[in-house]
Design a protein around this ligand. Structure first.
Ligand SMILES: Cc1cc2nc3c(=O)[nH]c(=O)nc-3n(C[C@H](O)[C@H](O)[C@H](O)COP(=O)(O)OP(=O)(O)OC[C@H]3O[C@@H](n4cnc5c(N)ncnc54)[C@H](O)[C@@H]3O)c2cc1C
Length: 267
């Protein structure tokens, strides 16, 4: 039973070299954004709500952009949360976010991502993730500082003179995101931010980009029988969780485990 998550890249390479069938799949990539939680509370709940009673406010945003097939959307929004580094390979940088159980920190963060179509080559999506993470590491200063830019400066295409406070623990390096992140992603983010600012006024003026967010889901799928979860061409190999490429997040990955346990019990 193989449930190694979607960041165990060497396992994909190993499986491919052993002849296990894999296929590329669509995923999403973009940036993390951070805002004062007070702004999100105010816009989502209004000025009279005591968030000690309601908890910190969340947002779920989506915006049709460009040719309408490609939308920017929020993912894994963390109210009162913190940004975390989550690279899994040397010389690369990837960001993520989390909330502690009380969700009462002074910042809100969320991923703003853009769909990436399935690549024509098997490892094309993974290589795209890896290149973006390497570029981010190098631009950040090769010491896990993350490339960052205020959303306002991003919208105006210039470098910030100074960056606001952030929860990202390894420090930030001011960069112009347009200079290094994929242009199609940047253009979709640009249109997305315009849309989100209409829904949450201040989203642009008070927001900070910390990049990149590359690990939304796996860019590969280990093809399997969806009843038994057994690899399509390798008997006795059961693949599950996010690394198999069918689950996305804690609950669906856990549900895969439950399905396999039931199946194994019936056998
Ligand atoms: C910071 C952060 C915040 C997140 N927040 C959320 C959230 O709020 N909600 C949500 O739904 N999801 C969230 N996620 C995503 C969630 O963690 C994953 O979707 C989920 O953990 C996937 O479960 P999994 O069992 O498939 O893989 P994982 O939980 O990644 O487990 C894979 C395990 O396999 C082990 N492994 C890898 N390679 C090998 C090897 N070669 N040999 C032996 N062991 C190996 C790993 O060490 C790991 O223990 C978050 C992820 C991160 C990083």
């Amino acid at each position: 039973m193989l449930a190694v998550g979607h960041s165990a890249r060497s396992i994909y390479e190993l499986l491919h070299s052993r002849g296990v069938t894999l296929e590329s799949k669509a995923f999403a990539m973009g940036v993390r954004v951070e805002h004062p939680q007070a702004l999100i509370n105010l816009r989502q709940l209004g000025p009279r709500v005591d968030t000690r009673l309601t908890g910190s406010a969340e947002y779920f945003l989506t915006a049709p952009t460009l040719n309408k097939t490609c939308s920017a959307y929020s993912f894994c929004m963390c109210p009162g949360g913190v940004l975390v580094p989550c690279a899994s390979e040397e010389g690369t940088l990837a960001t993520n976010g989390m909330s502690y159980s009380r969700r009462n920190g002074t910042f809100a963060n969320g991923a703003i991502v853009v769909p990436i179509e399935k690549s024509e080559s098997l490892f094309g999506g993974l290589e795209f993730q890896r290149k973006t993470e390497r570029d981010a590491f190098n631009l950040g200063g090769k010491d896990y500082r993350a490339p960052a830019q205020t959303i306002k400066a991003f919208m105006e295409h210039h470098l910030d003179k100074a960056l606001p406070k952030s929860t990202y623990p390894c420090g930030l390096t001011a960069t112009n995101t347009w200079d290094w992140l994929d242009q199609r992603i940047c253009k979709s983010l640009y249109e997305g931010f315009l849309n989100f600012d209409r829904k949450i006024p201040g989203f642009i003026n008070e927001g900070l980009i910390v990049a990149p967010e590359t690990r939304t889901s796996s860019p590969l799928r280990i093809t399997r029988n969806n009843q038994t979860l057994e690899s399509e061409n390798t008997r006795g190999l059961f693949v599950l969780g996010e690394g198999a490429g069918y689950a996305g997040g804690i609950v669906t990955s856990a549900a895969d485990g439950v399905r396999l346990a039931y199946f194994a019990k019936r056998r």
